[in-house]
Write a protein that binds this ligand. Structure first.
Ligand SMILES: [Zn+2]
Length: 298
């Protein structure tokens, strides 16, 4: 009896052990968005860290165990996780989170995709049939994704409908105001020529108006050789760029090699929440991204 009472007290004290929804987020940006919209109604597990390459993740037993307990899986989609998520979902044996069910949510589904290949050839590297999957670098895409996610939370947990609706409205207002602020701050970046280490930034460019001169990867996902970097350096004499940008999870060496020789700054961007010490949440991630890009102009 005493033991039962103790267990009961512990459950009371630990408060939010039973969130209404258990969420499995593939990347930190979707975990952060879910947190903003679901508040204390969701227990969120993030499958990849900010310093991890989301293309290449091991389908570890711990991931499968988390997926087994999830009510909702939220991922980028557009084949970003094609190398590991299908296996995790299959092995989880959880029918509620399989593609096509209400417990499966792909952010890319709500976004107009860029760089959709006319012809699919895997020999061209990590080319995705659905287009470039790195959608989270354009702040604007979070509006339709949040709207769809808010509706999905309500569908999965209708008893908290009012709560989710209020949080979605708050997010939508704050996010629109932030987009307007970021747009003003980023005005000097319009038309600026950049080099990218990986083709990870077309959405950022389409939002802020920067132009990619070239990429340091010969093919998406392929590390550049010294000879290839030399070729890029030559190309820069014809088509100069102001900075070379990379995501926090990427090896710094290729962009630093170019930066040193071309005498332009190498700019590391958070790419997701937690990618830099400053990028503590979604708002801070874009604040930091723009500050780093502006610093690269100086
Ligand atoms: Zn990629």
């Amino acid at each position: 009896m005493k033991k039962i009472l103790c267990t009961f007290l512990l459950l009371l004290l630990s408060g939010n052990v039973h969130a209404a929804l258990e969420v499995f987020a593939c990347e930190p940006e979707w975990a952060a968005l879910t947190q903003l919209l679901a508040g204390d109604k969701a227990g969120i597990y993030t499958a990849t860290g900010a310093l991890q390459d989301p293309h290449h993740v091991e389908a570890r037993p711990s991931l499968i165990a988390k997926a087994r307990r999830a009510n909702l899986v939220i991922c980028t989609g557009a084949e970003l996780e094609i190398g590991w998520l299908p296996l995790v979902l299959r092995e989880s044996g959880n029918s509620a989170i399989q593609p096509g069910s209400s417990g499966y949510f792909e952010a890319a589904h709500y976004v107009t995709m860029l760089e959709v290949p006319a012809r699919l050839d895997r020999a061209e590297g990590d080319v995705h049939a659905a287009g470039n999957p790195h959608i989270q670098t354009d702040a604007r895409i979070f509006l339709p994704v949040a709207d769809a996610l808010g509706k999905r939370l309500i569908q999965l947990d209708p008893s908290n409908t009012v709560y989710y609706q209020q949080r979605l409205t708050t997010f939508d207002q704050q996010w629109r105001a932030a987009i307007a602020k970021w747009g003003k701050q980023a005005a000097p970046l319009k038309g600026v020529a950049i080099i990218v280490q990986h083709h990870g930034f077309p959405y950022l460019e389409s939002w802020l108006g920067m132009k990619t001169v070239t990429a340091l990867e010969p093919k998406p996902g392929m590390e550049p050789s010294a000879a290839y970097l030399g070729k890029v350096l030559n190309e820069l004499q014809q088509h100069p760029a102001r900075m070379v940008i990379r995501a926090a999870y990427q090896d710094a060496r290729p962009s630093e090699w170019i930066a040193e020789r071309a005498k332009i700054p190498a700019v590391m961007l958070p790419f997701t929440v937690g990618g830099t010490p400053q990028a503590t949440d979604l708002f801070a991630m874009f604040d930091d991204t723009i500050q780093r890009l502006l610093a690269g102009l100086k």
